[in-house]
Structure formats: C-alpha cells, structure tokens
Design a protein around this ligand. Structure first.
Ligand code: CP3
Length: 382
C-alpha cells in the first residue's frame, strides 16, 4: 500500500479494529514504559551485522554495505537475520546514521576496514551556510521504505525500532569527514566559530527529526537517538552543543501512532555524568554504556525513565558460562524483580563476536529474569 506521497506503508491492522494492539511480544515496549513484563526484554545494538556469516555472505554477493541499506527488501532481509537465529525482543531497521549527511550531499562511502568517509566534509563557511534539510520521502526514500517493508515482514512478532544520530554526533562525522580519534576539526570549530557549529546543529536537528518522524509514519514503534560522540564534550560544551538539540528532536517527535504511544530512547556514550539532564529531555528511556553502574543510574533517574543496557560488549568474547554470569550481574545491579529494564550491550556488538555467544546471552537473560520475576509473583501471591 502507498500513501498520498507515494511512500510504502505498513499493512496496519486498522481494518480488523485492533490497531492499538502492539505486537505479540510487546515486552520491549512495556519495559520502555516501565510496565510489568514476564521477562526482561533484550535486543543488541548492531545486532544485524558483520558478526553474522549470513550477513557477510550477502554483503559479498551484493557488493557493499550501501547497496544493502539502500534496497528496502535487502535491508529487511538483514534486519531479520538475527531474529531468525535468536529470540530477540525487538528488531531495528537496517540503515546507518550517516545516511542523513549523505542525503545533504556530503558524499558518503564506506571504505573496507577504515569505516565511513565523506568526500566533502564540512569545513568552510559557504558550504555550512548552504546546508539544507533533506526530504526523507525523496532523497532518503529507501529509509522509510525499509521501515515499512520490515514492519510488514515482522508481522507483529516483535516491535521495530527506528533511529537517527544525534545532531552533535552527525556534526562530528560531517566536520571530521569520518571516524576521529581527537575530534580536532569539530572542536576547533566549536570553540573558534560556535556560530557555525550551531548552524550545522540546527540543520542536523531538523533533519534528524523529520527522518525519525518519517520512520514513525512508516511503522517504527519506538525510536532511538544515538549520541555516540556526546561523551567527548566537556559538561559545559555538552549542555550547549548536544543536549538542547537532542531535546528539540524529542519535543518534535510524533508522540502517538494508531492510538499507541511511541517511546524514545537516548543513548549518550560517555554520558554517565549527565543522566539527570538527559532524562529531563522527555525521552522514555536512557541507554547506558558499560561504564555506568545500573543500580546507581536507577537511583538517579529510574523514577522518570526506563533504562537500557549495559553489558560490556567485549564480555561476548568470553565463554558462554561467563557471559551468563556477567549478564546476571547486570540484571542484579538494576534490581532483578523491578520493571523498566531493557537488556542491551553498552555499545554495538563487535564484528569478532561468535554468533553462538549472542545466543547464550539472549538465553541467559530470558532464563534468569523469568526465574526472578516468577519468584516475585509467587511472593506477592502469598
Ligand atoms: O543496530 C543495528 O543492527 C542497525 C544498524 C546500524 C548500523 N549503524 C549498521 C552498520 C545502526 C543503528 C548504526 C548506527 C551508527 N552508525 C552509529 C551509532 C551507534 C554507534 O555504533 O555508536 C554510528 C556512529 C555509525 C557510523 C558508522 N557506520 C561507523 C563508524 C561505521 C564503521 C565502523 C563499524 O562498526 O562498522 C559504520 C558501518 C556500519 N553501520 C556497518 C553496519 C552493519 C558495517 C558495514 C559493513 O562493513 O558491512
């Protein structure tokens, strides 16, 4: 089905009158809203990617990462790969945060073993003044289309997450031109020409917002903002250059679709010092890196937001018994019987992770949390 703008739309179940029904497994959405669940839901950042041999084979066949995410049918196929192997509680649309600057004309390519590169990084005032917000249903059409195809293919099994980079994280890649160790160009601009930095952030915030709303309109049931570079800032700079722009996105998001609220998650890597201010932006949930202790985070902001996280991704290199033990520690740190935890890693899953270890983690989180939650229930009945 296509809407008036010609975009693909997910088959909603409006006709059957059950549009408020979320998904047959709605533990993820319930946990984001701090409602009771029978188990702690789990999904992993970068769950669809290079650690899966079937992903590597498909990428090889198709020729590049970009050919995968620019083709909605292939993007859907990749998004479903981890779900075919493991009983994960959510799917995430297969794309990248850098599609936005690519649609702004910066010329994105992914160089093998070097990561993303922009042909025309933003360094001069003229280019910055010319920056524009791309129409998500035109230049980025493959993204909302990937969302609707994936949502349809999931057929209500688990909820689908849409995402974007935070304005500051997008600006880092746009100005640096790729991955950076010292953030030299972006920090030079931020301190020398804050007016230019604010101009980039302004456009990036509008672009991220329209992109997230396009994903919601196309069937995303939750959205996540990745501020993966936020933690490189001083507290003062974070308050000036990252937080207000993330807040602006959250304030503009479509709050409800087909009678169901759309929760938002904010991930600020290295943001442990600022949990209170991030929680005050209006997000439903905070995603935490592995440096932040979950119990402490819960004491600080747990009454306002749910938490997502935060196993060190490198634990997945250890033996399955160790993985299970470390996962239990994370759940215990939060307070096992409590509501409001979505289990995840503290950052993306490494390409060197053995896939069976991901299976061991998912199994351990489900088993341990089910046991604890059923003990709580029988305690309450007594
Ligand atoms: O989580 C998922 O499974 C959905 C897909 C997803 C990708 N990128 C696919 C991807 C998501 C949510 C992202 C977000 C993203 N992309 C972030 C924010 C999260 C984070 O990791 O901090 C950032 C900073 C990027 C930018 C980016 N894309 C980098 C730095 C790289 C190279 C390094 C790396 O980890 O590969 C990419 C490439 C990328 N994005 C791949 C995938 C599957 C690898 C592509 C390939 O070589 O096949």
């Amino acid at each position: 089905m296509r809407d008036e703008r010609g975009a693909l739309r997910p088959e909603t179940n409006e006709a059957s009158g059950t549009s408020a029904v979320r998904s047959s497994n709605d533990a993820f959405l319930r946990a984001l809203f701090r409602e009771e669940t029978a188990h702690t839901p789990i999904w992993l950042m970068r769950q669809a990617g290079r650690y899966l041999p079937e992903y590597r084979a498909l990428r090889e066949r198709v020729g590049s990462f970009a050919r995968l995410y620019k083709n909605p049918a292939l993007a859907c196929e990749v998004a479903l790969m981890p779900l075919a192997r493991f009983p994960l509680d959510a799917a995430i649309v297969f794309s990248d945060i850098l599609t936005i600057p690519d649609a702004m004309g910066l010329g994105l390519s992914f160089v093998e073993n070097e990561g993303p590169k922009f042909e025309r990084p933003l360094r001069d005032e003229r280019a910055i003044r010319k920056l524009f917000v791309p129409d998500p249903f035109d230049r980025l059409r493959y993204l909302p289309d990937a969302v609707s195809v994936t949502r349809h293919a999931l057929a209500g099994s688990v909820p689908l997450i849409g995402f974007s980079g935070s304005p500051f994280t997008l600006a880092c890649y746009m100005v640096e031109g790729g991955v950076s160790k010292d953030y030299r160009f972006v920090k030079t601009m931020l301190y020398d020409r804050p007016d230019l930095m604010h101009r980039i952030l302004d456009v990036a915030a509008d672009a991220a917002l329209v992109c997230l709303n396009a994903q919601i309109e196309s069937g995303a049931q939750a959205v996540m903002v990745f501020d993966s570079c936020g933690g490189v800032l001083s507290t003062a700079a974070f308050r000036e250059f990252s937080l207000p722009y993330t807040r602006r996105i959250l304030e503009g998001l479509i709050a409800e679709k087909d009678g169901t609220r759309i929760p938002s998650i904010v991930f600020t890597k290295g943001g442990g010092a600022w949990l209170e201010s991030i929680a005050a932006t209006g997000c439903a949930s905070l995603a935490l890196d592995w440096m932040t202790e979950l119990g402490e985070a819960r004491r600080r902001v747990g009454a306002r937001v749910s938490l997502q996280g935060n196993l060190d991704p490198q634990v997945l290199f250890a033996a399955p018994e160790r993985i299970a033990a470390e996962a239990e520690k994370v759940i215990d740190a939060y307070g096992a019987d409590a509501t409001g935890l979505v289990f995840n890693l503290g950052h993306g899953v490494s390409q060197f992770t053995p896939p069976e270890h991901v299976g061991a983690l998912v199994e351990a989180v489900h088993r341990y949390s089910r046991k604890l939650k059923s003990t709580k229930k029988s305690r309450l009945r007594r």
